[in-house]
Write a protein that binds this ligand. Sequence first.
Ligand SMILES: [Zn+2]
Length: 359
Amino acid sequence: MKVSLYLGKYKGIKVFIHWTFSLLLLWIIISNIRSGAAIEDTAWSLLFILAIFLCVILHEFGHALTAQKYGIQTRDIILLPIGGLARLERIPEDPRQELQVALAGPLVNVVIFFFLSIIIYLAGIQLELAEDTHVDGETILLFLASANLFLALFNLLPAFPMDGGRVLRALLSLRMPRVKATQIAGGLGQFMGIAFVFFGLFYNPILVLIGIFIFLGAQAEVTHTTQNALLKGFSVQDVVMRTFPIIAFDAPLSKAIEKLLEGQSTHFVVVKDDAPIGTLSREDIMRGLKEGGESTAVENVANLSPLKLSAYDPLENAYKTMSTGTKKVALVFEENLFLGMIDLENISEFIMVKLALTK
Ligand SMILES: [Zn+2]
């Protein structure tokens, strides 16, 4: 997050603004100067952009606060020049909840639109002024109102993982398995992503970025949902490696290298008095070799506070912990009995086998 500026937080949700955002502001200033606009006009343009992004923040809070209602926290909200992103801890699996969370964002913009429309009406601002293309004290509310209407409609396009795409996935999920619904919504999302890139090349470079973002996002989420569905119903004991190489905590690294070269394992269980106390990976060994040479004791480079899992833990959770955390290997216990170890590669193989079987 070092590349982002912290703006503040509300209800425990922090808001950051990405550094590239300053490029957008810079671009507005430079293009205003080049077109010979007055300083006052440039100031209005900047104010207008900042006001739009405030609306984008409110849109993201619409998602985040609705998710919070269902016990889902939001890691943060980040503002990019192409829009905002509320990074929810997870997406609700209940289609009705997903529907509400997805709709809440655009709904905020619709509310702002009506709110501004009332002010415009009460202030007696002439709608014809909007035909004038530059922003000033008189037109800013008109432009802001139409921008909010645009934000609501654009986000509701069925381009998964944009809001409209999530609405589509949720609606489909009411009638079919979630994986199938995600594949359909994701396929349409990728198609629209490509269409955005294509149109963007002719009309708007920001649309190109959004298109790429949608294309990759749809792909990642289809993979993620498919994998999780395959892992559902299985627990850690279904993939635990019951045969594994061990190494004593006080052995020198030269011993570990010997074992590494003679077998296929890339992870060792570190033992002390026959009890497992940690893990040693190939990377640990290489790091130890560079820093202290072959005589370094295993305990100096091993991970002695390893991830520990119960044999009954859902495989889905284990996969999430290991793929998002720093520990890519875990020791597995049944009650107090040590069963073996599990690593990300195990789970990936398991997913591959299941995928092959379903096709
Ligand atoms: Zn949204």
